[in-house]
Design a protein around this ligand. Structure first.
Ligand code: NAG
Length: 121
């Protein structure tokens, strides 16, 4: 009797487990809240976000950084898409190239972007 129950329990979990992991995988891998590395750093959209971050930083700080390239980055779907980018920038007047970490949240349906943080690293 006990064995029977054990067996059917194992059977049920064998059926359910893949289902659960598919659902979990859909939610976590690529889904809400998970951080994904940006594979193509020259993606025009990623570059646009980086340039926006630098432009916004320049406006706020009256600095004159010039975009060089995106060094690395992740995206995270929260309410909108959160971009965590490491950007190489050059301060105006032939300054040296330095890396900056920028966080930008883009809400496509509101056509809005906001710079959450920007700092030299
Ligand atoms: C990355 O994106 C750029 C611009 O869309 C494209 O030209 C390039 O081929 C892409 N590179 C890879 C490795 O997908």
């Amino acid at each position: 009797m006990m064995m029977m129950m054990m067996k059917s329990l194992i059977c049920i979990s064998l059926i359910l487990l893949p289902l659960v992991s598919v659902v979990e995988g859909g939610r976590l891998g690529g889904g809400y809240g998970s951080q994904k590395p940006i594979k193509n750093l020259s993606d025009p959209n990623v570059v646009a976000i980086a340039k926006y971050a630098i432009g916004e930083h320049n406006k706020q700080s009256k600095e004159n950084l010039v975009f060089v390239k995106v060094v690395e980055g992740t995206t995270q779907v929260v309410s909108g898409t959160k971009y965590n980018l490491k950007i190489a920038g050059k301060s105006g007047g032939g300054g040296k190239i330095q890396n900056y970490e920028a966080v930008v949240v883009e809400k496509l349906w509101l056509h809005s972007k906001s710079l959450e943080s920007f700092k030299a690293v």
